[in-house]
Design a protein around this ligand. Structure first.
Ligand code: GUN
Length: 170
């Protein structure tokens, strides 16, 4: 596990390899943040990664779409990234009853049909019941609102993934 000093010392390719997973299937966020090193602390690094994401308006939709559905097809096929497996399991989504699974699939389908991108919530900060409640509550929202919420949740996901990376090194 790298320390922040070690991350600051990496060349661009190694930095992207170390941090590329913080934003799901989107190593460009780490890659384009590298020129702004050195980072004072984890909060500074996270803020700069988020600034990269926020300034890349044209790629934000693809970033949101790179996330798997919660309890969705990829999870059923064991095709999630290592981080996503852990995140979905932490919310209990790997232990659903048939009825719960059907409810997730109904809401995932309705959400995707309405907005054109998957429902994003930081699964590690929400239990199964809170996720289902949020899906129901957010379904009537506007696309602009949901797009903004999704980016905020992606920032939380990246924050926890960064903490995991640095934790053992602090
Ligand atoms: N899709 C919706 N929420 C999440 C999450 O917390 N992690 C991942 N990987 N995908 C998601």
């Amino acid at each position: 596990m790298p320390t922040l000093d070690q991350l600051n010392a990496l060349d661009r390719a190694a930095f992207t390899a170390a941090l590329g997973h913080l934003f799901e299937h989107s190593p460009w966020v780490a890659d384009e943040t590298w020129p702004r090193r050195p980072f004072r602390d984890a909060a500074h690094l996270h803020a700069e990664l988020c600034a990269t994401m926020r300034s890349a308006a044209a790629r934000q939709l693809a970033l949101i779409r790179a996330h798997p559905d919660l309890a969705g097809r990829l999870a059923q096929q064991n095709s999630l990234t290592a981080e996503s497996i852990r995140e979905q399991a932490s919310a209990g989504l790997n232990r659903l009853t048939d009825d719960e699974l059907a409810e997730f699939q109904r809401l995932n389908t309705a959400y995707l049909a309405r907005f054109g991108f998957p429902f994003i919530i930081c699964a590690r900060l929400n239990a199964k019941s809170a996720i289902l409640a949020a899906m129901t509550a957010r379904l009537p929202q506007t696309p602009e609102h949901e797009f903004t919420i999704a980016l905020g949740e992606i920032e939380k996901i990246a924050h926890l993934r960064l903490n995991d990376l640095l934790e053992k090194a602090l």
